[in-house]
Design a protein around this ligand. Structure first.
Ligand code: ZN
Length: 210
């Protein structure tokens, strides 16, 4: 199955990607990871990405799509793949189409902004050992202190309220139009994200017929 996962930051698509990946034995391809991998391996596109990063520029769509093309050509993608975090914009979706990749399904995990703000806003991480917590769902035994190593918990910059609002605004402006783009192809399936991961997974599996 060739699958694209859509959803706002914090909607839980990374978690669902991992679960689907395990269930179907197909790789999850997240752009951040494959760009880092291509740079490390020094592929043609990886070197271009590295040049952009070193010059303090964003990696261009052309290079990103080139890296995706390199990645999709690997054997482990023969039975399908999950694209997580790409495409993010209409031009990227058009570029993906131009590669001639036949996507089977675009799965959108839909979560309201307020729910996302509460989820991300409550996250705390331990800067020392990397453990993660949530003020509501996964409280540390002692307020603000890591259970594992006793370090003081922090809120990541990405999870600060003003950053979350900014990321959601970018999502609505640039990525959400993809729902319309893919609904025209009849490939869009939308699933309402639930509070419990397992409940969302159930709906995801139903939507995918797996
Ligand atoms: Zn810790």
């Amino acid at each position: 199955m060739k699958l694209i996962l859509l959803g706002a930051p914090g909607a839980g698509k990374g978690t669902q990607a991992e679960i689907i990946c395990e269930k179907l034995s197909i790789p999850t391809i997240s752009t951040g990871n494959i760009i880092r991998e291509a740079m490390k391996n020094g592929t043609e596109m990886g070197l271009k990405a590295k040049a952009a990063v070193e010059a303090g520029q964003l990696v261009s769509d052309d290079v990103v799509i080139g890296i995706i093309k390199e990645r999709l050509a690997k054997d482990d993608c023969n039975n399908g793949f999950i694209l997580d975090g790409f495409p993010r914009t209409i031009p990227q979706a058009e570029a993906l189409d131009s590669l001639g990749v036949e996507i089977d399904c675009v799965l959108d995990i839909d979560v309201k902004d307020e729910a996302i703000a509460a989820r991300l806003g409550g996250r705390r991480v331990c800067p020392a050992c990397g453990a993660s917590y949530h003020l509501e769902y996964k409280k540390p035994a002692k307020d603000g202190i890591c259970n594992l190593c006793g370090a003081e918990l922090i809120q990541r910059k990405d999870d600060a309220p003003e950053t979350v609002l900014e990321r959601l605004a970018i999502y609505h402006e640039q990525t959400e139009p993809l729902k319309n783009y893919y609904s025209k192809t009849g490939k869009l399936k939308s699933v309402p994200g639930q509070e419990e991961v397992a409940d969302t997974t159930k709906l995801v599996f139903e939507a995918l017929g797996i």
